[in-house]
Design a protein around this ligand. Sequence first.
Ligand code: FES
Length: 64
Amino acid sequence: MLAVSPKCTHEGCDVKWMAGEKKYECPCHSAEFAADGKVLKGPAKTNLTTYSAKVVGTQILVKI
Ligand code: FES
């Protein structure tokens, strides 16, 4: 399981999850990222930062 930082790697806007398309889109300059944070479309050139995560009982623990 992965946790994905919402900060776009282009200029730091918060990306939005597009559930229907299963990807993140940046509202500032239209970069797109896959569910695992990989760049699908620029201008961003670097993947979103990801962290390992796991479910423990009713909590999600993210290792930062
Ligand atoms: Fe996200 Fe520019 S800040 S594409």
